[in-house]
Design a protein around this ligand. Structure first.
Ligand SMILES: Cc1ncc(COP(=O)(O)O)c(C=O)c1O
Length: 408
């Protein structure tokens, strides 16, 4: 133990798990910039820039595209608590841990919840969703896009049309895919989509980008009950039931991000700098190039681990491109492998939750780490560790196969 007053000096780990990943150095540099007051015109100009920068990343023209302060679940909770009142009927597409998180949050809100389920490792057919909507008549339909716990990406094409036809609002958690796989909020026709910085956007956790359609915003503003100390005559109060969280009240948060600049919270200045820089890096690289880089990294991981004689988890057709689940082979202790990866190679790979705990590892190649050399280094290290643990595998096969996948 050194002095408790020593400067923080973490080891230089390569974070190749399901997130967080290493932040892009540009993002870290932006986050060391000087602070500004929350109503400083320079700062509110950055806020407006952030709104514009995140629209293409969400695939939307939504006016209401902004940040919720807090980790990704802050965006999730703000969306659900602002859309859903106690007693409202909500249908959840549940195919992993984060689908269960949606039900957990909705349960606390007092929603009447119905789920349409797929076993971990699979996704849900849109026909099943259509049937569940027809049967249950929900007010809101909520889904995860990429569920990091199972590494599956739920196809969302057509979800918005089904919800519109049924008069329902829709919510999508895109935390694990935003910036790495296409998010098409407008084409999917969904009302609210939220994300986080710490995966494919290549930033630290602590800010949740969000986009809200006009029709969802109208519904949320119908629940506007502005905090008493900051009420103003230009903020008409709504008839709807008050949103039961102050911090996550999207009506007040949107009033802050609007030109009304309601004094709700003190925007997390440094996180906003970080979120802005993440978006700049993504857009400068180009969305298509970005998706292609994640897909190439994912293909290389899959080819590499298969060439080592390992089995990839889940349905190949619906795999997220940025996180890969790998069955821990018989006779190998998954945690010992993770510890050796960390201690000998300074590389973190992911463990798993729930029914997959102790059964799979998860290797992510996301954001700043969706890079060929980082994928190759990780596969080479995994191979060495597995061999040291007595698992027989063809020497060099993983890296060779990954290189081949990159050049294919
Ligand atoms: C799909 C998904 N949703 C939500 C979360 C929660 O994010 P946070 O831990 O930033 O609150 C995660 C984090 O891993 C995630 O992968």
């Amino acid at each position: 133990m050194g002095s408790p007053f020593r400067q923080i000096d973490p080891p230089q780990r390569l974070l190749m798990g399901p997130g967080p990943v290493n932040a892009h150095p540009r993002v870290l540099r932006a986050m060391s910039a000087d602070l500004l007051g929350q109503f400083d015109p320079e700062f509110t100009a950055y806020m407006t820039e952030v709104m514009g920068l995140y629209r293409p990343i969400f695939g939307t023209a939504n006016r209401w595209t902004f940040l919720v302060n807090g980790t990704a679940r802050a965006g999730i909770e703000a969306s659900l608590i602002s859309l859903v009142a106690p007693g409202d009927r909500v249908l959840v597409l549940n195919f992993g841990r984060f689908g269960l998180l949606l039900t957990e949050i909705l349960d606390r809100i007092g929603a009447v919840i119905e789920t349409v389920n797929a076993p971990w490792g699979q996704t849900i057919a849109m026909e099943e969703v259509a049937a569940a909507i027809a049967r249950f008549q929900p007010k809101v339909v909520a889904s995860v896009h990429g569920d990091t716990s199972t590494t599956m990406a739920q196809p969302l094409e057509g979800l918005g049309a089904l919800c519109h036809a049924a008069g329902a609002y829709s919510y999508v958690d895109a935390t694990a895919t935003i910036g790495g796989m296409e998010i098409a909020a407008d084409r999917w026709g969904v009302d609210i989509v939220t994300g986080g910085l710490q995966k494919c956007l290549g930033g630290p956790s602590g800010s949740s980008p969000i986009t809200v359609s006009d029709r969802a915003a109208e519904h949320i503003f119908s629940r506007r009950h502005t905090e008493r100390g900051i009420r103003r005559s230009d903020l008409e109060q709504g008839e709807g039931q008050r949103i039961s969280s102050n911090y996550f009240d999207l009506a007040m948060i949107m009033d802050y991000w609007s030109d009304k600049r309601l004094n709700h919270h003190t925007e997390a200045t440094t996180m906003l700098y970080g979120a802005r820089e993440c978006a700049c890096v993504v857009l400068e690289e180009g969305l298509e190039a970005r998706y292609a880089a994640h897909a190439a990294a994912g293909r290389a991981v899959v080819a590499g681990v298969r060439a080592m004689g390992l089995q990839v988890f889940g349905d190949d057709r619906f795999r997220m491109t940025n996180v890969t689940g790998i069955h821990i082979p018989e006779g190998v202790n998954g945690e010992t492998v993770r510890i050796r990866m960390r201690e000998d190679f300074e590389i973190e790979i992911g463990t798993a939750f729930g029914p997959l705990q102790g059964k799979i590892w998860r290797i992510g190649a996301m954001g700043y780490n969706a890079a060929k050399h980082k994928v190759l280094i990780t596969l080479g290290a995994l191979e060495a560790v597995l061999r040291a643990e007595g698992f027989r595998l063809p020497a060099g096969a993983g890296v060779d196969a990954a290189l081949e996948a990159y050049s294919a």
